[in-house]
Structure formats: structure tokens, C-alpha cells
Design a protein around this ligand. Sequence first.
Ligand code: GLY
Ligand code: MN
Ligand code: MN
Length: 407
Amino acid sequence: MTNQHRQKKLLSQLKDGALVIIATNPEQTRNGDVHYPFRPHSDFWYLTGFTEPESVAVFSREGYTIFLREKDQKRQIWDGERLGVKSALEVLKADYAYSIDALKTQLPQLIKNATTVYYDFKPCKLDDDIMECLATTQTQSLGEYLHEMRLIKDDNEIALMQKAADISVETHQLAMQETAPKLFEYEIASIFDGNFRKYNAEHAYTPIVAGGKNACVLHYIQNNKVLNEGELLLIDAGCEVEGYASDITRTFPINGIFSGAQQQIYQLVLDAQLAAIAAIKPGVAITTPHNIATEIIQQGLIDLGILTKNGDVKQFYMHGTGHWLGMDVHDVGCYQQGKQDREYEIGMVTTVEPGIYIRKSDKINPIYWDIGVRIEDNILVIKGGNRVLTQALEKEIDDIEKIMETQ
Ligand code: GLY
Ligand code: MN
Ligand code: MN
């Protein structure tokens, strides 16, 4: 679907006389005069395809108006080309284009002609300006319409997500082949930096490269410790291609061979993940994979003597089994419809990512201490079933040990 189709489709769901206002992200300062690379807001990018900062798009059945930075020869010497107001009509297929400096004078005119204004507030400078223009206007949330559209991916979006998945798969394979004791987590992390950039892709999120007990810290991003012989390495890393994310986790032995205890825990997570994936198809409740995975992990931990019959599995498996994936790694779209769990539909993409994390405890056999395992794949819902976009990446124990032999 082109941006224009998306705009039309969105407007067709809104009330007559509707006006949609949507601003992109502000640029973020890292420190001093240093900026983070700019990444547009996903809603704005989805509807406009425009990737410059300081921009506001306004849609109604009367037309598409874009406010953007004017060309500025001095600023362009420092920051690079800008599209500019004149070219915006042709390139963005806008009906009207104004300088962002005209927002406060032009926007009230557009608002005046509307019966309902749809706007989602974000705390930023542009938002302050828009709010000023909206001071006496009741607004409605856009998210429930726009995010439902974003939740169902079309063929172009799926192709981009497959490309992101393929690059991430290849990079995880390289990392498995390079991993060895005495290396540092950052040396393995650098493989992701390099290989993603090689394809002009970027990290979809800060990667987790966690050796040994660091894998039990769910949001470990320091990635700066040494990799020890006999321990596992958990890597959660995925790239973004033209705004579309992949999100993959693999866990494997640093020396290339799983120990007995590591195998037991790993196989349990893998069994849970495979069973959860197998259940995904149109019409199935989206809570089903989590219920299946939790049950398998709970029973497995009881069988291994790690969890007591009355114990809480959340002690070892404390996160959900999946989330929507798309332009945002934790993508938009409701998980419930009213009080009902929603069902999978063709074109949705979800992760499936069960895990087990065992910290030191005198109640647990020490052979299991500091083992943290997560396995995560990206699943597209298709007619009658699903397609695993990240299927090519090894996860059976034999296959992992085999690819690691080629170190
Ligand atoms: N990488 C983020 C997540 O798995 O949810
Ligand atoms: Mn995930
Ligand atoms: Mn992940």
C-alpha cells in the first residue's frame, strides 16, 4: 500500500469532517552538541514516508498538508540536504506544503474547518505548538484506527520484515561461529554492528549480548564482560530495514558444546517455543502461545526438581511469550478486544520468545545456577497457519553445535 492509500484508508474510517494531525519525533541530544541519529516516529513514517525531523502532517478529505523545514543553505552545509517546501508537493504527493515556521498561523485555519480532530499527544516542542492551536478543540485519539492498520502487514511490509530477518539470521550465525572463551561480549556485539551496517540496516533496539549469569538480567545491555569457558551466551539482537524490525534471540554454549544441565534447560525452552509456535494460526486466541509455553516450562522445571509442585513458575519465567513486531520492535496494536483476548489474523507478525532464568539459590542444584536461556523467533500469521520469518537460524542443539564447529 502506498502512503496515499494508507492516508485514504485511515480517513475512510473516521467521521465526516475529520482532521488528522500527526507530528514526527524531535531530534534527541546525546550530550553537548552531539545528536543521536534521527529516526522518525513510526506513525508519521507509515503515513507519509517522510524521514526528516521537525515536520507535521495534516490530513482531511479536503487534502494533505505537510509542514516541513525550509531549505536553508547555511544549515544544509552542516546537516545535509533538506527536501524543502517546493519539492514536498511532488515528492510527498502533498496537496499543500508550508514551512514548519508557519504551523502556528496555518494550523488554526485547518482546525477551524474540521468537525473532529484526531491527534495523539507526544511530549515535544512541536506538540506544544500544536496544543496551543488546539487549546479550545476537543480531540480524539488516532491510535485505535492507525495502529490497527499497522498491525496487519501487507506484502511490501512483509518483504521488508523478511529482509530484516534474513540479515539478522546471517549475523547470528556469524556470531555463533566467532564465539569462543576469553573473548568479550562487546567483541561479539561488534559483529552485529558491522554486519547490520554492511547491509545499510541498523539495530532495531539495543542488543543484549549476555554471557553466563548476565543472561538472567532481562534488559542487560552493558555487553562488556568476558565470555567464560563452560557458560552460555544469550544474544538478543535484530536489525531494522527501512523502518521494519526483526527481533531474534539465540542462546548457545561459549565453547560450542552444551553441558548436560545446559541441555536440559535449553531443550525445555525449545520444546516450549516449538509448541507455542505450532499453535499460531488465524482464529486462535493470542494468549494461547503463552499458556502452552508456560505449562511446558512449569512441568519441565518440576520434573528437573527446580520448581516445587506449588511453586510459582514466574520465579524462572517472568516475561510474556511474545509481542507484535513491525515498525516498532514492540509494535502497536491492541492485545485485547474489549474484555476478550483477540485472535490471530492473517498478516499479523508476533514474536515467540519463552525463556528460563535460574539465579543462584541454595534451594536449587548448583549445576543449574546462572543458566539463562531465551529462544526468540518472528512469526507471520498466514492462511491456515504461520510462517517463521527467522526459520533459517539454527536452534536445535545438534545444529547449533554443528555450526559452532566451523569456528
Ligand atoms: N528485544 C526486545 C524483546 O525481545 O522484546
Ligand atoms: Mn521480543
Ligand atoms: Mn528480543
